[in-house]
Design a protein around this ligand. Sequence first.
Ligand SMILES: Cc1cc2nc3c(=O)[nH]c(=O)nc-3n(C[C@H](O)[C@H](O)[C@H](O)COP(=O)(O)OP(=O)(O)OC[C@H]3O[C@@H](n4cnc5c(N)ncnc54)[C@H](O)[C@@H]3O)c2cc1C
Length: 397
Amino acid sequence: MTRPLQLIVAGGGIGGLAAAFVLARDGHAVTVLEQSAAFGEIGAGIQLGPNIFKMFEYLGLTDAVNHVAFFPPGLGMNDVRTGERVVRVPLGDTARAAYGFPYGVIYRADLHQVFLEACKALPNIMLRTGSKVESFGQDASGVRVKLAGGEVVPGDALLGADGLWSRIREAVVGDGKPRVSGHIAYRAVLKREDVPAHLWSDDVLLWGGEKTHLVHYPLRRGELFNLVAVFHSNKYDEGWNTFGDTAELNERFAHAVPQVRELLDKIETWKMWVLCDREPVKNWTDRRVTLLGDAAHPMLQYLAQGAGQAIEDAVVLGEALRLTRGDVAQAFQKYQQARYLRTGRVQLTARFYGDIYHAAGVQRELRNQMFQSGKESAGFAGLKWMYDGIDPKNLFS
Ligand SMILES: Cc1cc2nc3c(=O)[nH]c(=O)nc-3n(C[C@H](O)[C@H](O)[C@H](O)COP(=O)(O)OP(=O)(O)OC[C@H]3O[C@@H](n4cnc5c(N)ncnc54)[C@H](O)[C@@H]3O)c2cc1C
């Protein structure tokens, strides 16, 4: 590296903190500007494919993640109307043998905490809360980031990790609001003791049906139980983390097997997400300013990869800056060049998986046939390109 840069990261979610950690490890001075009053994450579960564990290994965070993750023995799909098993894919040693890394699940807040602690341990990261980015300017000498209170933060470059409704994207890409998918997710987390034994499953288990599905899995070493119920609805425009309407959810799952309805009845309060994504784009960079994570390539959750792709972004960005010896404009070009096809493929494939999880009629029969054969281009085997992950040491050869 020629000289340490002053880098500004807008947004302290999983992507922003991962990027701050990667860049500060290389000796750059990083300021994270987070709009919220405190660093934290919404309590819900996320799945972590082997490609993400590969990144934890590269970042030296495997032990910290393993300490709070849960490693399900399998990934299954049942028919929500009949209870019939569609498919079960073994994970555990089978996933390790296939991809070199495990498949795990984690409480979002715990993963965020892993990155927050890692950032706090580096003296060259400044973590600022209550710092909402309003706008930015740039010229040949650097960037100036303007906060809501009027303060201007100068730096060499700006990284927009400010999520789905990114301000930075508005200025860099300018493609309007995210696409509202018409799919809604209700999420809740129960304590282990609140889940009767006959409803508990160590597997990641998806109950699929026409225009609906429920997925559940344990979290935090098996101390918690995560539930995500998804259905189609045009009732809502957009929003994250508001409360769900239990009556509507019950109506949507009225056709479900008793086991599913019993599980849904355990939840008093649901958090609601209106699910959005965007069309993939090829350019999310303007000279000294680039995007990362949901700001760059927001995707539907059907492949469980949004946070994982943000972490991969961070690793690639770090490698690009090393390669260009701190030439940020060149590094940002290399970074997006290495990322846009992979992240675009996840964005588009996630939509397809949303359709097939919620299939009816012939589409449902075809899905079952493809999943059960295990060799087709749909199903777990068809996702090898994604779970194999990236090789940080061979990104630009
Ligand atoms: C229902 C659901 C299930 C999911 N399941 C999975 C899963 O299983 N696996 C997986 O990998 N991913 C999953 N995801 C996706 C994952 O949650 C996101 O992709 C990930 O959180 C993106 O991280 P991020 O840091 O890019 O953005 P965010 O998490 O949105 O973080 C953005 C941060 O920027 C801050 N911010 C915003 N604007 C400003 C501003 N102007 N100034 C300063 N700060 C700002 C926000 O407060 C926030 O802290 C799921 C998503 C949903 C909705």
